[in-house]
Design a protein around this ligand. Structure first.
Ligand SMILES: *Cc1c(COP(=O)(O)O)cnc(C)c1O
Length: 228
């Protein structure tokens, strides 16, 4: 299917999920994750009206941004190696993978302006996943006061890879509780109003559970050059 048709299906699903949850779908931004596809396919998404793009490698972000331009909003969603920060930091509007102080230090050193960051949380505890343990998040955010280039826009997680819907839902709920707790503290550099959660397999649950940014690759732009 073409990107515009996929986007319509996804928007309808998000809309229905928001109705069930009693929230407005205007509060959700879909990020097209273009890491699997060509710049030509990414451009098709732009032409279909998508304005938020996500990539998990600095090279991919720079390549797609070059093709699509400054009008779009650029999200870095992958684990970020410290030595790669310099090449990409001023090209990303949001970093979704802040998970350690060494990375905060490097962003502080390299960024020309304040960067909106999501603190990545490993709610499920799966070893293959990056991110802080939920109980480490409060302390980590307090330490970020020493890094004026970093603004904590919100929290990000990846749900466990499972068919067990309740397990996925619990993961998103835990992240939301944590986000509300940080937000409620009114920390100047950590407004923490956003929740980055939900991918192709679980975005409907994420929408029901309060996501404000949903990161979709496979079911929006496909997962190899061209098709879905
Ligand atoms: C690849 C990726 C996505 C999108 O995955 P799909 O399942 O293809 O939608 C979202 N978030 C992160 C962090 C990713 O690495």
């Amino acid at each position: 299917m073409n990107v515009a048709d996929n986007a319509t299906v996804i928007q309808n699903n998000i809309h229905a999920a928001c109705e069930r949850a009693g929230r407005s779908s205007d509060s959700i931004t879909v990020i097209a994750v273009t890491k699997y596809v060509t710049a030509v396919r990414a451009l098709e998404a732009y032409e279909a009206g998508i304005r938020h793009f996500g990539e998990n490698r600095p090279e991919g972000l720079l390549e797609k941004k070059e093709a699509i331009g400054e009008e779009a909003v650029w999200h870095f969603i992958g684990s970020l190696q410290t030595r790669k920060v310099k090449s990409m930091i001023d090209h990303a509007d949001y970093i979704h993978s802040l998970d350690r102080l060494a990375l905060a230090e490097e962003i502080q050193k390299r960024a020309a302006r304040q960067v909106k960051c999501f603190v990545q949380v490993n709610v499920s505890g799966e070893e293959s996943k990056h991110g802080l343990k939920p109980e480490e998040v409060q302390n980590f955010i307090e330490k970020l006061k020493d890094f004026p280039k970093i603004q904590v826009a919100g929290l990000m997680t990846m749900a466990p890879y499972t068919d067990n819907e309740q397990e996925i839902r619990n993961c998103f709920r835990t992240l939301k509780h944590l986000q509300e707790s940080i937000k409620g503290q009114n920390i100047g550099y950590a407004p923490c109003t956003e929740l980055s959660m939900g991918m192709s397999n679980d975005y409907v649950i994420a929408a029901e559970e309060g996501a404000t940014f949903i990161r979709i690759g496979s079911s929006l732009v496909g997962n190899e050059s061209g098709g879905v």
